[in-house]
Design a protein around this ligand. Structure first.
Ligand code: AMP
Ligand code: MG
Length: 390
């Protein structure tokens, strides 16, 4: 058995970042920027008014001073002329500041009679002007790699960047295996169960930025598994579920090897999920997840998520984890790294009392995996513990 860290190193060696493709900004949400993007203009592109009011020469903005209105500057329609002493231009938020003006007096501080205005409140503080390039200027860089959030997309749009280079979504073929499995919604026989974790895995992979393909369920025989592996051709990553233990019907490893799998490892010192295999199959990486629903989902968070991040060019790092405070005592751990279903709220973590790796209801009622390293000592309530959130 190898450690979780060693397994991750082997898994990272099986994958590399996908190539780039260019997508329009509207399709770029959640994608990973593959190259630095550079602003193509200043923002604001001109000195702009920050308020609705009157643009005039700042030095003249004394209490009771009078000005003649000579025109208007609105957003998208600048005033073409120049502001001279004693002049003011009606101006609105976002509109270009007219030449010669150096201050915007807000309309609340003005008394207006026809074409004449009087400053009715003493002016202090800022000039109510957003200087050109105040937000960003030509050449400002949005650096890659980065997973594009709505905030990034708004910034890129403002930079007049209409399309961006992103890493292609890694294609992940998902193969459920088992004679007992039927799809949700079908009529199961008395000795059948519903394929479940494949749906959880599909959703997680999509959320992480991969393109998952759920293949038809493979039965526990060579022919059916071979068909499934052939259908998986072209995928960047092939993930099998189940059939990877040592039972008579666990033939995924044998069949994969007969089809060219070069195995990196089999069995990791982790709970749940010990029987996990991985290797290279042609151009694809292959990971064989255990079939137990919770084991498969936990191993996906611990192993598949970092692989997908690597394929998206985000670097090779273990799953993102955080620290919380235990609300109760936690027993010492055995020799395998333990990922226990837990509930985290306001920085405090409570480990679920039932940890059987077949309990999907417990998984769904929790939001974190509490991590206990191999042979960790017992920890009292109040201790810090690492966890992976979900
Ligand atoms: P296996 O690793 O094939 O021996 O499967 C271990 C356990 O997980 C068995 O109880 C299987 O019925 C169950 N199992 C395997 N694959 C799935 C799946 N896709 N969805 C739900 N349960 C599964
Ligand atoms: Mg099976």
């Amino acid at each position: 058995m190898i450690s979780v860290g060693e397994a991750l190193a082997d898994l990272f060696a099986l994958v590399r970042p996908t190539e780039q493709e260019t997508v329009p900004l509207l399709d770029a949400s959640g994608r990973v920027l593959a190259e630095d993007a550079t602003a193509r203009r200043d923002q604001p592109p001109f000195d702009a008014s920050a308020m609705d009011g009157y643009a005039l020469i700042g030095d003249e903005a004394d209490l009771h001073a009078q000005f003649k209105i000579i025109g208007e500057s609105a957003a998208g329609r600048a005033f073409a002329g120049k502001v001279k002493p004693g002049h003011a231009v009606r101006i609105f938020t976002g509109a270009p500041l007219p030449q010669g003006a150096s201050r915007v007096v807000i309309q609340e501080d003005i008394e207006r009679r026809g074409d004449l205005i009087t400053i009715a409140s003493a002016q202090s503080g800022g000039a109510n002007i957003r200087p050109q390039g105040n937000d960003f200027s030509v050449g400002t860089v949005v650096s890659a790699p980065r997973r594009l959030r709505p905030e990034d997309l708004a910034l890129l749009a403002a930079m007049n960047i209409g399309q961006v280079p992103v890493h292609r979504k890694p294609v992940v073929a998902l193969i459920s295996t088992g004679d007992e499995l039927v799809m949700p919604g079908e009529d199961p026989g008395p000795d059948q169960i519903i394929a479940s974790n494949s749906f959880g895995l599909h959703a997680m992979l999509a959320a992480w930025g991969a393109a998952p393909r759920l293949l038809p369920i493979a039965r526990d025989n060579r022919e059916s598994l071979e068909t499934a592996f052939r259908l998986a051709e072209g995928a960047d990553l092939i993930v099998t579920i189940g059939g990877a233990s040592v039972g008579d019907h666990d033939i995924v490893g044998d069949v994969a090897e007969s089809m060219g799998l070069e195995r990196s490892f089999y069995k990791i010192a982790i709970r749940p999920g010990k029987p996990l295999m991985a290797g290279r199959m042609g151009n694809a990486a292959m990971v064989g997840l255990p079939g137990n629903p919770v084991s498969a989902m936990v191993c996906a968070r611990v192993f598949l998520a970092p692989m997908i991040r690597t394929m998206l060019g985000l670097g090779a790092e273990p799953a993102e984890n955080q620290i919380a405070i235990l609300t109760h005592d936690l027993a010492a751990n055995g020799p395998r790294e333990h990922y226990q279903r837990a509930w985290v709220e306001n920085g405090r973590i409570t480990v679920a009392s039932r940890q059987d790796s077949a309990l999907l209801s417990v998984l769904a009622d929790t939001n974190a995996l509490a991590i206990s390293p191999p042979n960790a000592e017992a920890r009292p309530a109040g201790s810090q513990i690492r966890y992976i959130p979900y």
